[in-house]
Design a protein around this ligand. Structure first.
Ligand SMILES: Cc1cc2nc3c(=O)[nH]c(=O)nc-3n(C[C@H](O)[C@H](O)[C@H](O)COP(=O)(O)OP(=O)(O)OC[C@H]3O[C@@H](n4cnc5c(N)ncnc54)[C@H](O)[C@@H]3O)c2cc1C
Length: 411
């Protein structure tokens, strides 16, 4: 058999791909990343969760990330109809990291990718994977096409698909299955925020709920350079009654929410708005002979709890030792050691996402009579520790949320 290009081929140099590459390299594996875009490139998903710091640490990436001077993140604030409630991650019940960062992803992803290259992982930019062949036992083959239209085959023992919303192997291998969540739409941009309101805390993401439509919510994620990410999430058909260009519609929607209107009166909306719809996605399974799906290439739920990058890094951390074991010729139970564990945390987030949109979780977080102990457990989930089985709020979550909200008469 012809010598293979690597032990492992990784599709995509986003957070899941770059972190997996660093972790594999530390185990002495030969890795090649094939990335469709040229970095830096825009990506959505700018609010990290403290739990993901553990995985950055595992890949020796805390140093390069800290050196960039990203905006520190200490918690999350929620606003609705004049009410404001805050969660400070230092109050969480789970041990571990209590801070993280708010990051322009173009730069954050570039730092992770460069760190992979620094430790000897070649990244072939502008190489889009268009075909995959898993028919030869022990050898997988990917076909890329570069910016000049040139096709090239790549071989390795294993493939890790970290292609995010590209969802390369789910599409090529017919693994896609509909998400349990209805499709939604997000409209977003970056602004020069010019926030000069007394007491405003830049170190907390602000999630605001539309005063009339509780399924419509906004994010405001301040960066360290005076700019912010600003977005709104809504049902797919919500914009049908609004006309104008996307940035004007976004500004109009923002000014309908009193807290954002107060914070952003002086803001400069200087960048065109983007929209992305129908992003929730799922797959029949997260692994197969010769491949494993990481991050968004597997399941993506919803942006409301900023869980995407944390799930992506958790998937890399779980999969890398299993890939290494398989390369050593040892048996691997992918179902028990990967799929079930990863999905357990995803199910926790799903229960909270569902409770957010049907209004139960919104009631819960604005409840003034909340016990401090329950608030600490909720805070842990908001900090990303969805796999902490010692937290009662990660067990039978739907029922717990119902029981707690039911215990308070409607305000
Ligand atoms: C509206 C919205 C808001 C969000 N906000 C947050 C947030 O605040 N915090 C958070 O943690 N998450 C957030 N997310 C989720 C976040 O964007 C993703 O979960 C995260 O980027 C997943 O990382 P990844 O490494 O799996 O994939 P990605 O970051 O998408 O990286 C995948 C890489 O694969 C490359 N690729 C794609 N196709 C191919 C191909 N054919 N060949 C080669 N390479 C390919 C892409 O160019 C890309 O660089 C949000 C998502 C949405 C939709």
């Amino acid at each position: 058999m012809k010598k293979m290009d690597a032990d492992v081929l990784i599709i995509g140099a986003g957070p899941a791909g770059s972190v997996a590459a660093r972790m594999l390299k530390k185990l002495g594996r030969q890795v090649v990343i094939l990335e469709k875009e040229q970095f830096p490139r825009f990506s959505i998903g700018e609010s990290l969760l403290p739990h993901c710091m553990e995985f950055l640490d595992e890949a020796d990436l805390l140093g390069p990330v800290a050196a960039e001077g990203f905006q520190l993140k200490t918690g999350a604030a929620f606003s609705h109809a004049g009410k404001l409630t805050e969660f400070d991650f230092s109050q969480k019940s789970t041990a571990g990291w209590a801070t993280t960062y708010q990051v322009p992803r173009a730069r954050f992803d570039q730092i992770l990718a460069e760190a992979s290259e620094d430790c000897g992982v070649p990244i072939h930019y502008r190489h889009s994977i268009v075909a995959a062949d898993f028919n030869t036992p022990g050898q997988t083959r990917l076909t890329s096409v570069d910016a000049n239209g040139v096709h090239r085959d790549w071989t390795a023992s294993m493939v890790m698909d970290a292609s995010g919303f590209g969802r390369v192997l789910p599409r090529l291998l017919d693994l896609e299955t509909p998400s349990s969540l209805p499709p939604r739409l997000a409209l977003f941009t970056h602004i020069e925020d010019r926030i000069a309101v007394d007491g405003y805390d830049r170190s907390k993401i602000l999630i605001a709920i539309h005063p009339k439509f509780h399924e419509v919510w906004y994010w405001l994620i301040p960066f360290s350079n005076g700019r912010s990410s600003l977005g709104v999430v809504m049902p797919m058909d919500f914009l049908e009654v609004r006309t104008g260009n996307p940035l004007d519609i976004l500004r109009e929607l923002v000014m309908e929410e009193p807290r954002l209107a107060e914070l952003l009166t002086e803001s400069c909306f200087d960048t065109p708005a983007n929209r992305i719809g129908g992003y929730s996605a799922n797959v029949k399974r997260l692994y197969g002979d010769g491949f494993v799906l990481l991050g968004n290439a597997g399941e993506f739920l919803d942006p409301v709890f900023s869980s995407g990058v944390t799930i992506a890094l958790k998937s890399a951390s779980l999969a890398v030792p299993l890939v290494d074991r398989q390369l050593c010729g040892l048996p691997v139970d992918w179902q028990a050691s990967y799929e079930q564990i990863l999905r357990r945390g995803i199910e926790v987030f799903r229960a909270y996402v569902e409770a957010w949109y049907d209004g139960r979780f919104q009631r819960l977080i604005f409840e003034e009579r909340q016990l401090a102990s329950i608030k600490a457990m909720i805070c842990s989930i908001l900090a990303g520790f969805a796999w902490d089985e010692a937290n009662p709020m990660t067990q039978r979550c739907g029922k717990k949320i119902e029981a707690i909200t039911g215990a308070y008469p409607l305000l």
